[in-house]
Design a binder for this molecule. Sequence first.
Ligand SMILES: NC(=O)c1ccc[n+]([C@@H]2O[C@H](COP(=O)([O-])OP(=O)(O)OC[C@H]3O[C@@H](n4cnc5c(N)ncnc54)[C@H](OP(=O)(O)O)[C@@H]3O)[C@@H](O)[C@H]2O)c1
Length: 338
Amino acid sequence: MTVPENRQFRLKARPTGRIERSHFDFATQPAPEPGPGQALVRVQYLSLDPTNRIWMSDMDQYMPPVAIGEVMRGGGIGVVMKSESDRYQVGDHVMGLTGWQDYCLADEGENAMAVLPANLPIPLSAMLGACGMTGLTAYFGLLEIGRPQVGETVLVSAAAGAVGSVVGQIAKIRGCRVVGIAGGEAKCRYLLDELGFDAAVDYKASDWREQLAAATPDGIDVNFENVGGEIMEAVMARMNLFGRMPLCGMISGYNSGEPMRADFSSILMRRIEVRGFIVSDFMDRFPAATQELATWYLEGRLKHQETVIDGLEQAPEAVNLLFDGGNRGKLVVRVSDD
Ligand SMILES: NC(=O)c1ccc[n+]([C@@H]2O[C@H](COP(=O)([O-])OP(=O)(O)OC[C@H]3O[C@@H](n4cnc5c(N)ncnc54)[C@H](OP(=O)(O)O)[C@@H]3O)[C@@H](O)[C@H]2O)c1
């Protein structure tokens, strides 16, 4: 086999606001040769996530920031092209941290990539979305930290996005009243008409605070927080006593470089239980949860929506869609064919 070319985005400078192409070197070199215990993987789909922006910065975070000169970190799915490991067979689909590049090496041990079952009845990209890390984030944040009860009101922000859309659907499966906050009428209609939410609040409308009040006449029992800032504060001010708040993300602050703040008075007065989490906190329970998400998906109870961008070269500009609201559901880059 001739050695294929491997295009890679390497971080050149840390963004101070929006992500620009100039923050990266886009270089080409020969794909690496797998050593003993390794496999060569051709990347098919890259997951674009708000956390990519966090990893590019040097803010306090849950993993080391991507070093200057390092290949940009990113989750993805690929196919094994060559293997020197018993763990990986040629043709296997694997999932893990592929990085923003055409080819990567899969290792064994604690950094091993997950091998997906053969003949999966689920599209590969959905394994990055509703049935993958995105779905798991929604699943554990909502069910473990939010602990929603039948008939309770669950509110989720960034509701038409990857995690938010799954949160709302799981809350419906669990018999809750579900309210989503999203930007624009079209996304709000999508929540109501296609995902079965009970109410939607368009935070880009001038009367969004009134919409929020009208959508939550009995207050809010669980706030699945994805956005932070003034939306979070307005939601917390409508929470019921002893409400639960899984703090999943605060995307409104990621580009600002400023500390992400919250008003603690609502937490005290309403005795809200706030818990931040990272999906990997629940890693030992991923297999059973993935099985449940996949079952819901195959039964038609959980929809996977995605926004697909073609071409690795688009990755830096495409991440900005997450901050502009340009995506619906999971944002992925198709790097090469299935
Ligand atoms: N803790 C974890 O383990 C974990 C894992 C995955 C994701 N997350 C977090 O979960 C959140 C959602 O991530 P995702 O991957 O599902 O992305 P996403 O929701 O698919 O995309 C981000 C969405 O956020 C909304 N948004 C962006 N800036 C906003 C702002 N200033 N105010 C209000 N809404 C804004 C946009 O929707 P609109 O069009 O509605 O504005 C955009 O489509 C993020 O905060 C992310 O960091 C956490």
